[in-house]
Design a protein around this ligand. Structure first.
Ligand code: SF4
Length: 84
């Protein structure tokens, strides 16, 4: 999810820039399992229409990013992808 860390060129094309970025990370006060699932589905729906989804996912996997939605995946899904 662009916005975290250093800005990269591809992040300028991210569909998640702007107010909708809030759904890509859990709220500070925590969330129930059903709330997490609903939030992640909203974020993933945005990723489905993002032109940089492949680059985003590669960046998240390569950098070991395990927080939030990146490239249409959540933390657990990325851990499975890298065998962590
Ligand atoms: S793939 Fe999803 S998380 Fe990554 S830049 Fe696009 S909208 Fe944001």
């Amino acid at each position: 999810m662009p916005g975290a860390g250093n800005f990269r060129e591809w992040q300028a094309k991210a569909a998640c820039r702007g107010p909708q970025a809030a759904v890509f990370y859990p709220p500070g006060g925590g969330e129930r399992r059903d709330e997490k699932r609903a939030r992640e589905l909203r974020a993933k729906a945005i990723c489905e229409h993002c032109v940089v989804v492949g680059r985003c996912l590669k960046f998240a996997v390569d950098s070991g990013e395990f927080h939030g939605i990146w490239g249409g995946t959540n933390e657990s899904e990325r851990r499975v992808m890298i065998g962590a």
